[in-house]
Design a binder for this molecule. Structure first.
Ligand SMILES: [Zn+2]
Length: 167
């Protein structure tokens, strides 16, 4: 998967986070999109994935992200793996442009095997974000569990997620 985050250093705005202790603030509608997507995949017996669009901010506690939308494109997936389809990047970038904002994270599903980042997921995460701050959401649609992570030193680190009403 090609790096989808611009390597241009962008200025991260300093702004105090809305809730101490949380680092991922997700709009209700974008979370609904991700959960609906995971549920549809579960119905088809496959994993799904997509990108979270929004803004990264920083404050005295470090980086955090606001997610306003989720985008995806045609996927190449089965019951234990998923990636963007070989020919789907044009569609993906078009959807990214349509929504606007920055790619601040990615989401994918683990139908029936729990929420964590596998070694492959950590490689995917590094592939997308490099050393930029990035977030990962994993959804297990079999029992409706959701977890958020960041990656530090090649390892998953729990991130506290807060769901926001429409703003
Ligand atoms: Zn995974």
């Amino acid at each position: 998967m090609p790096k989808v985050v611009s390597s241009e250093p962008t200025e991260t705005e300093y702004r105090k986070r809305p809730a101490r202790g949380a680092s991922l603030f997700v709009s209700e509608t974008s979370l609904e999109h991700m959960i609906d997507h995971a549920d549809r995949g579960f119905g088809d017996g496959v994993e799904i994935m997509g990108l979270m669009m929004g803004t990264v901010y920083r404050d005295d506690l470090g980086y955090y992200a606001m997610v306003m939308d989720a985008v995806t494109s045609e996927l190449d997936s089965d019951e234990v793996s998923v990636r963007f389809g070989r020919n789907s990047f044009e569609e993906l970038f078009k959807n990214i442009d349509k929504v606007g904002g920055k790619v601040v994270g990615w989401y994918h599903s683990h139908p029936g095997f729990g929420c964590y980042l596998s070694d492959t997921d950590i490689r995917t995460h590094k592939g997308i974000f490099g050393n930029d701050p990035g977030f990962a959401i994993v959804i297990d649609p079999s029992d409706a569990t959701i977890k958020a992570f960041t990656v530090e030193n090649e390892e998953q680190k729990d991130a506290v997620m807060v769901i926001m009403d429409a703003v």
